[in-house]
Structure formats: C-alpha cells, structure tokens
Design a protein around this ligand. Sequence first.
Ligand SMILES: NC(=O)c1ccc[n+]([C@@H]2O[C@H](COP(=O)([O-])OP(=O)(O)OC[C@H]3O[C@@H](n4cnc5c(N)ncnc54)[C@H](O)[C@@H]3O)[C@@H](O)[C@H]2O)c1
Length: 333
Amino acid sequence: MVKFGVIGYGYWGPNVVRNLDSLDGAQVLAISDKSPTARKRAQKTYHDIPVTADTSEVMSSTDIDAIAIVTPVWTHFELAKAALENGKHVFVEKPFTSCVQQAEKLINLAEQKNLKIMVDHTFLFTGAVRKIRQLLEEDALGKLYYYDSTRVNLGLFQHDVNVIWDLAPHDLSIMDYLIKESPEALVATGQTHLNGFEDVAFITVYFSEKIIAHINVNWLSPVKVRTTLIGGEKKMLVWNDLEPDEKVKVYDKGVSITSRQGLYDLLVSYRSGDMWAPQVEQVEALRMELGYFVDCISNNREPFNDGAAGCRVVRMLEAASQSLNKRGALVYL
Ligand SMILES: NC(=O)c1ccc[n+]([C@@H]2O[C@H](COP(=O)([O-])OP(=O)(O)OC[C@H]3O[C@@H](n4cnc5c(N)ncnc54)[C@H](O)[C@@H]3O)[C@@H](O)[C@H]2O)c1
C-alpha cells in the first residue's frame, strides 16, 4: 500500500484524490490546500481523510510515502523539493516546473535520494495515444512527415500562465512520447488580447529527418477542437479526441512523386485507399497513470513519464517563451 498526501484541491486535485482513493494499492492519508473553500469541499467529500492548511504537516508525516502536487506551476518546484527532501516520491502536475533549471535540480535531488518523480502527462495514458504509439511502433504510417495538433476552446483563462504553458504541455508531451527523433529548434508566435497573457499561440517544432510539428493553442475559439493529424509516407491518421467512438482513423492515403528521365514535368500520383478506425480502449487515463505510479514505487521501476520527460517538455515551453518574446525568432533546443 502506497500512502499519499495530496497538495492542492482546486479544479484538478479532486480528480487525483478520487482516483487514488479508488486504487487498491493506494491510500490518501492527508489533503492540504491553502484555500478554506477548497478544504471545506475536500472535507465534505472525504470525512475520514484529514484536511489541513499546513503543507509542512503533510510533507513531514512519517506515514506518508508519496506526495501528489496539484497546485499552480509556479509552486511546483518548492513543493516538490520539500517533498523529496522529506524522503517522499513525487507525482507532480504538468508542466513539471517553471524553468529547466528547476527541473534539473529536482531530477538530481530525486536521484540522490533514490526517489521517483512522475509528471502528470495524463494524455499518454489515454487509449487513443497508446493506440497511436502502437501504430507508430509497428511502422504503420511509414516515415513520419508531420504532427499537427489543434487544442482550442473558449477559456478557461488562467491567471498565472499564458495559453502555451496551460494547454501546450499536453501536445508537447504527446509529441515527445510519439516521435522518436529529437526536436532541434522551434518557433512560437502569439498575441495577448485580454489579460496580458498570450491567449492565442502557434508553435512550430523542427525535428531531424524533415519531421515538422505544429501546435495551435487558443483560449478564444468559439468552438472546442481537439484534433491531431499525423502524416506519414505510407499512411496518415486523424485523432479527434471529441469523437465518442472511432477517435482514431487511419487513412491509406499518400502522395508519391517521380520525375521521368528526360522530362521536365513531375509525375505526381495520389493514393486514396481505405480508412479504418482501430479499437481504442476507453479507460480513465488518470486512474491508469496513478496505478502505474503506485506500481513503479512498489516495484522500484522508473516511470517513462519521469522528471526527464517533464524536463524535455519544460525545455520546449521555455524555448517557446523566448521565441514568443522575439515575435517568432528561431530558438535551438
Ligand atoms: N493533467 C491535466 O489534464 C490537468 C488538468 C488541469 C490542471 N492541471 C494542472 O494541475 C495544476 C493545478 O491546476 P488547477 O486547474 O487545479 O488549479 P486551481 O487553481 O483550480 O487549484 C489549485 C489549488 O492549489 C491550492 N494551492 C496553491 N498553492 C498552494 C500551496 N502552496 N499549498 C497548498 N495549496 C496550494 C489553491 O488554493 C487551489 O485550491 C496545474 O499545474 C495545472 O496545469 C492538469
């Protein structure tokens, strides 16, 4: 049984507590939040779990093995550092930290103390992403051409981060998980309209092997869109996360170009074959992820969404901020 303390019971914290509470191998021993309203909500739902305003009480409890940090990003570093210094494993929300330097410090500290860090990249545990990863591993799409993701909706405006730091960690972590090649450089553009933080932004990531990725994040869209296109030489796929069934569709479509010797024109041939929708497992991703964390702790295994994975995403976010400030300058990673 892995015993948890959960810090932060705002919007996402209740999902973490509910899932931990329902896992056989986990137990929530304490919840902490600075806000009296949040504490009241927690206590109303979980009569038997102590709820406190004092985070250090949770950090120093000798009964607790792991801390889940579900607070805003600017608090992640100090809270995770305190948890590791107190000998606790850490489950921390995306984005891992506010900068690469903080991420590296936490990774080193966890290594010294022989503790695990898992960064909540929830989408990696969805049936759709796991299916897409399987397809890519089987080389179903052939040589990759592009990754193009749209994550737009109206709001929720954040008070502490722009739309890139709020929404793009999802896309960047998925991209990091699916594309084996390393990103080389990126460009980000965006604009502020309402509260001083960029609310519309576009990121382009250049990889080796001519793979290009594009991420569109927007809090000012009239409709919600969650669509990712992945194009390969052999096949292309569309993942529409808002589809109740058939979230992933694989198209046997492609283009090949040849030039006939002695001729100046190019021969372009288009292939338009079948479309199929592979079976995608319907599971609550967060539950699966937390179960995996418990398993990693119990069996002393390193999670794939560890501090290093979190740091790779923060490196891209940091580069995106630099590029954004220079209206789309190329930043090498
Ligand atoms: N994985 C996902 O899909 C997903 C979804 C939503 C949010 N998140 C992440 O979860 C984190 C929290 O987001 P949210 O939307 O729940 O924010 P929120 O503002 O709704 O809740 C944060 C809570 O943390 C509390 N808090 C802040 N600092 C604290 C401290 N030092 N000690 C104790 N309590 C503290 C606040 O009082 C608040 O109740 C963010 O990192 C966000 O990116 C992840």
